[in-house]
Ligand binder design. Structure first.
Ligand code: NAD
Length: 479
């Protein structure tokens, strides 16, 4: 046996050992009271508060994200998840009474939310803290053990998160395992009770195929191209700022970032001019150049930089025009905010998720052209509508499908914990946040209680005499 084989085997043993330990502990944990779960969430909240500077520094070291943006888009969202969960958990865990149909007269029924057991949380690099800890909040609330596997692409944040988890929880309950594809593959071979995956649709399919071997339930929070439809009615200066913010926060590396925009042909120039003004206002107020602006973070690594570079080059080669930006610096992993026009559907940029600070602007003469284009492609994770015309808004909602929609702004639907968050088909399966996250990590157990001595159902037992038949006929009249 050579050294490499030994290492692989010992890694396999570790992962399996962790899983077996958690499996034993899950049996005890399922009896945990709401108060105990709330205490755990409070402990986590306290630790996150104590760790916030270290989290901000780590995310900065990974892709130069401004600490204020990390606090607002990562730490704050997890803390607000915890707060929302703590204030609703008693209600969510209460058995939910349901009605009783006529043939079951005399019985009573309820739904009991019980923990699924041992859950695997696989998270991506783009919001490395939030997307590992937000599902963890739901897993804890539902009474589960959890293994977290963060992305290998943001190693500084993974290290800090590993320390935070180690200091806060016993590993038989919650553990963070660092590693890349190999480690994830080992984990995916284990019979977890639930897998919560956030990442690309391509890897989502690998996860779902692995889960199918054990019939493990999955939540898949995926990505794709999220379109924006603008009609003739809005104030373009006002909406351009919202669009620029939505596109450039996290440098466009956001699952629900506006991917491309549809605008009426006669408003294209007005929109491009408004976008240019908004970019300068938000990201070059000092006049020193966007590359020197601390609020503008960087592409995560060289591979993603080259991917976006090629998307721009392919579109320009096929006839697209760079209306704004187009400045790239490989050494700094810097791509300036870029707006493209004159696009065609066969360009690569119109086929894959951009995940960077590049915004294609497409035009239409009639709204139906935009809707047809969107409906011919995969159902998006988010779809944005900018309009003052209620009829248009309703028409777009009625004639498209998406995981979520913000009207007259970008991305805000993700931050309301009372709304389910997730995709549809290619953009995801299952929902998260607040009660929907709790539900995803719970088994909704159906409980029906029969009267001990007498049961109405016995009137339907064999032998099937004419009297039983008359009773069945009578019951059928009620359906
Ligand atoms: P990714 O799919 O490449 O990686 C996600 C996770 O899967 C990582 O932990 C990674 O280590 C693991 N992984 C990668 N390849 C694997 C393989 N072959 N087998 C097993 N595991 C593997 O995604 P990413 O690049 O980290 O993140 C970007 C994608 O995630 C985008 O598509 C984005 O839209 C999506 N995303 C979705 C949401 C959401 O909430 N719906 C949020 C953030 C990101």
């Amino acid at each position: 046996m050579n050294h490499t084989t030994e290492l692989v085997i010992s890694a396999t043993l570790d992962v399996r050992e962790v899983f077996e330990t958690q499996k034993n502990f899950a049996q005890k944990l399922r009896l945990s009271s709401v108060e105990e779960r709330i205490a755990k969430l409070r402990r986590l909240e306290k630790q996150i508060m104590a760790y916030q500077d270290r989290i901000c520094q780590a995310v900065f070291d990974d892709f130069r994200k401004h600490p204020t943006e990390t606090l607002a888009t990562e730490v704050f969202l997890v803390l607000s998840d915890i707060k929302h969960t703590i204030s609703h958990l008693r209600k969510w865990t209460k058995p939910t009474k349901v009605g009783t149909p006529l043939p079951l007269f005399g019985t009573s029924s309820y739904i009991r939310h019980e923990p699924k057991g041992v859950c695997l949380i696989i998270s991506p690099w783009n919001y490395p803290f939030q997307l590992a800890f937000s599902p963890l909040v739901s897993a804890i609330a539902a009474g589960n053990c959890a293994v977290i596997k963060p992305s290998e692409m943001t190693p500084n944040t993974s290290k800090v998160m590993a320390n935070l988890v180690r200091e806060t929880f016993a590993k038989e309950e919650i553990v963070l395992i660092e590693g890349g594809v190999e480690t994830t593959t080992e984990l995916l071979a284990l019979p977890f009770n639930h897998i919560f995956f956030t990442g690309s649709p391509a890897v989502g399919k690998i996860v779902m195929a692995a889960a199918a071997k054990h019939l493990t339930s999955v939540t898949l929070e995926l990505g794709g191209k999220s379109p924006v439809i603008i009609d003739e009615t809005p104030d373009f200066e006002l909406i351009a700022e919202r669009l620029v913010w939505g596109k450039l926060v996290n440098n466009g590396q956001t699952c629900i970032a506006p991917d491309y925009v549809f605008v009426p042909k006669n408003k294209e120039n007005e929109l491009v001019a408004a976008l240019e003004k908004a970019i300068q206002k938000l990201y070059n107020s000092s006049g020193k150049g966007i590359e020197n602006e601390a609020s503008y973070c960087r592409i995560v690594n060289a591979r993603h930089f080259q991917r976006i570079n090629q998307l721009i080059a392919d579109s320009v080669e096929k006839g697209a025009k760079i209306a704004i930006g187009g400045k790239l610096d490989m050494n700094d992993r810097f791509i300036s905010p870029t707006v493209l026009t004159d696009l065609k559907p066969d360009m690569n940029i119109m086929q894959e998720e951009i995940f960077g600070p590049v915004l294609p602007v497409l035009t239409y003469h009639h709204l139906s052209e935009a809707l047809q284009f969107i409906n011919e492609n995969e159902k998006p994770l988010a779809l944005y509508i900018f309009s003052k015309n209620q009829e248009n808004i309703q028409h777009i909602l009625d004639n498209t499908s998406a995981g979520g929609t913000t009207i007259n702004d970008c991305m805000l639907h993700i931050s309301n914990p009372d709304l389910p968050f997730g995709g549809v088909n290619n953009s995801g399966i299952g929902k998260t946040h607040g009660f929907y996250g709790f539900k995803e990590f719970s088994n909704e157990r159906a409980v029906l209680r029969q009267k001990y001595r007498w049961t109405s159902v016995s009137m339907l037992y064999p032998p099937y005499t004419p009297k039983v038949r008359r009773l069945v006929d009578w019951l059928m009249r009620f359906f």
